[in-house]
Design a protein around this ligand. Sequence first.
Ligand SMILES: Nc1ncnc2c1ncn2[C@@H]1O[C@H](COP(=O)(O)OP(=O)(O)O)[C@@H](O)[C@H]1O
Ligand SMILES: Cc1cn([C@H]2C[C@H](O)[C@@H](COP(=O)(O)OP(=O)(O)O)O2)c(=O)[nH]c1=O
Length: 204
Amino acid sequence: MGKFITFEGIDGAGKSTHIAFVSDYIKARGVELVSSREPGGTPLGEKLRDLVLHETMHLETEALLMFASRREHIAQVIAPALERGAWVISDRFTDASFAYQGGGRGMSVAKLEALEQWVHPALQPDLTLLFDVPLEVARARLDATRELDKFEQEKADFFAATRAEYLRRAAQFPQRFRVIDSTRSIADIQLRLAAILDGFFDEQ
Ligand SMILES: Nc1ncnc2c1ncn2[C@@H]1O[C@H](COP(=O)(O)OP(=O)(O)O)[C@@H](O)[C@H]1O
Ligand SMILES: Cc1cn([C@H]2C[C@H](O)[C@@H](COP(=O)(O)OP(=O)(O)O)O2)c(=O)[nH]c1=O
């Protein structure tokens, strides 16, 4: 079996900035790597992504579409890759549903756990990199760079709750989570990522 690594954090924390670095670092070890994202990662998932990022909908519809996209992603991409021994990096996975639909929007943890049990009862990431920054830093980075989607337009209290839920989960699952202080410079964060990945390779 390959290894499954997920990237998490509130919008603007710096996840996307570090994916190429982590990919290259893993590939340099001679491992086959599949890099993907959620919502999305398959042709159907990308259509669902477009809907869920731009249409207003009931909270539970939003959660169900996230898990529908995930079901397809696991079936088409993640499970086959892990089974053939490849490593998989996903820009977000189920922790994002707990943080955004749960923490941010207030959906019950019990309902999210039921969906998780349904869609991937036996699969969890081997390593989750949580890019953590205060809201003001994330907001300033987003404002400086891009057009904001539905989630990115949310207010500060939404992101405070989202960030808090991510940190709660990191404390709940310390085995797989590594929290990265994303207020640091990109170079400092790369040093920290390299140390985390070296440790992770040593454990294998
Ligand atoms: N450590 C950092 N220091 C300064 N700017 C950063 C840092 N990390 C990311 N950025 C910048 O912040 C913006 C948002 O980063 P991005 O990686 O797209 O965030 P995310 O994928 O988490 O939403 C980008 O313009 C990026 O260049
Ligand atoms: C996977 C997932 C993402 N999301 C949200 C978080 C993000 O705001 C958005 C898209 O994620 P992201 O890939 O970070 O967007 P970008 O391309 O702008 O960096 O989807 C959820 O609300 N629940 C989920 O389960």
